[in-house]
Design a binder for this molecule. Sequence first.
Ligand SMILES: [Zn+2]
Length: 268
Amino acid sequence: MVTGGLAKGGLAYADSIGAEIIQVFVSNPRGWALAAGDPGQDRDLRESGMPTFVHAPYLINLGSPSADTLEKSVAAVRHSLRRGADIGALGVVVHTGSAVSQPRDDAFRQVREQLLPLLDEIPADGPDLLLEPMAGQGQVLCATVQDLGPYLGVLDFHPRVGVCLDTCHAFSAGHDLTAPDGVAQTLDALHAIAPGRLKLIHANDSKDPCGSKRDRHENIGAGLIGAQPFAEIMRHPVAAGVPLCIETPGKVDEHRDDITLLKKLRDG
Ligand SMILES: [Zn+2]
């Protein structure tokens, strides 16, 4: 997390690492407190022209059997969408959640009941809600690209729902991006299930093997995915024009290296 405020700190950090888009948190990513925001910073970010995405807090789980967690999750998604509109964000990324200890049907019913009204509330110029499939641990509701079918189904394929594909999660969930045609198979499957809905890619290498269901990000090219699949992703028509955002370990030097490598893979 950068300091100095959303716009000032975020844009300065983006500049120092050579980023062309930014992803911000609009409240503590590991807490439930909902921050009010600063109108001046919001305006600066909105007027900066920097494509901006919001990542909603990690604690959100719309599939949770806990009424308290569900209530806080709904409030946090609503807050992220409203703050996303304030700063001119293109999308708000939300993890797809887990049924934990309850039947999956019940969890999916909750997702439908709670998310559909929030999606209907999004103003025409507000951000889309971007579903981010998870690495696959426990009773997660969506890990593979194929899992997006039922998830989007309970949301009636709402027009304000997009997809954020995290390469580390996809790899850990079993999409072997290193195999010949692994990238193409994954993106083609995504296109078949959710055409036109891929709005953001979280570009993260993985410390763990394909199918491990573990979620430990690594710097680009330093993990078990390696650099080449990222070049293939950026050349695939399904990902054409879709921005990549790193969520990799380290600080400014490591992040600058990751961005530099991705640009080289894109332009090389
Ligand atoms: Zn991610």
